[in-house]
Design a protein around this ligand. Structure first.
Ligand code: GTP
Ligand code: MG
Length: 195
């Protein structure tokens, strides 16, 4: 994908009405701090267009990035951040559920998992829940620059087993530091999701 134009077009909080977009959307889910906003920046070739932070819980809204007036990248708020209140956790669940249920343009959900660690109970719950909503998430194993090259395949296996992925479920290792995996993600989007 040649990026000609990016625009943060819509920001939705808990009380917002979701946009009725007419172009395809792909969404990015994953626990707080896993690297969703960093991945979206990498896909857009922007350093810090989507706000990133070392403090988890940065993105608490659903953000719709319009790419070239062709497609939306949808940054979902992260889950599993212990410091937020019960009320906020409930709101988070409702917001994501509403989005997955009502978006008419959602073509694919990418679920981000930190490649360094065994998937958490929350990761597993999120994966199962996305599947139960009728989606087939594509897994992105983030922060692969933090591993030695020799460790990568062992960790991919750990993530696949931890989530209980089916053999046909796609898993793409990615780093927003080296941009490794970026082309593979765009190729997948252009060749399979937007067709
Ligand atoms: P929330 O908005 O809180 O849900 O977090 P997020 O998933 O959007 O994570 P974000 O992109 O803000 O990144 C969190 C932290 O991880 C930041 O300090 C990033 O610089 C760092 N980070 C993200 N991706 C990578 C990566 O691929 N490699 C390394 N080394 N650091 C990364
Ligand atoms: Mg974020």
């Amino acid at each position: 994908m040649i990026i000609k134009k990016v625009d943060l077009e819509t920001v939705c909080g808990i009380t917002s009405t979701l946009p009725q977009n007419t172009r395809p959307e792909i969404a990015f889910a994953g626990k707080s701090n896993v690297g969703k906003s960093s991945l979206i920046n990498a896909l857009m070739n922007r350093k810090s267009f989507a706000r990133i932070s070392a403090t988890p819980g940065k993105t608490q809204t659903i953000n719709f990035y319009n790419i070239n007036d062709e497609i939306y990248l949808v940054d979902l708020p992260g889950y599993g951040y212990a410091k937020v209140s019960q009320k906020e956790k409930e709101n988070w669940g409702k917001m994501i559920e509403k989005y997955l249920h009502t978006s008419k343009q959602l073509q694919a959900v990418f679920l981000l998992i930190d490649i360094r660690h065994e998937p958490s109970a929350n990761d597993k719950m999120m994966y199962d829940w996305i599947v139960s909503q009728g989606c087939h998430p594509i897994i992105i194993a983030t922060k692969m620059d933090k591993l030695k090259r020799s460790q990568v395949s062992k960790h991919i296996k750990m993530v696949r087993q931890g989530l209980g992925l089916l053999p046909e479920t796609r898993l793409i290792p990615f780093s927003s530091v080296t941009k490794q995996g970026r082309e593979e993600i765009w190729n997948l989007v252009e060749r399979e999701i937007l067709q």
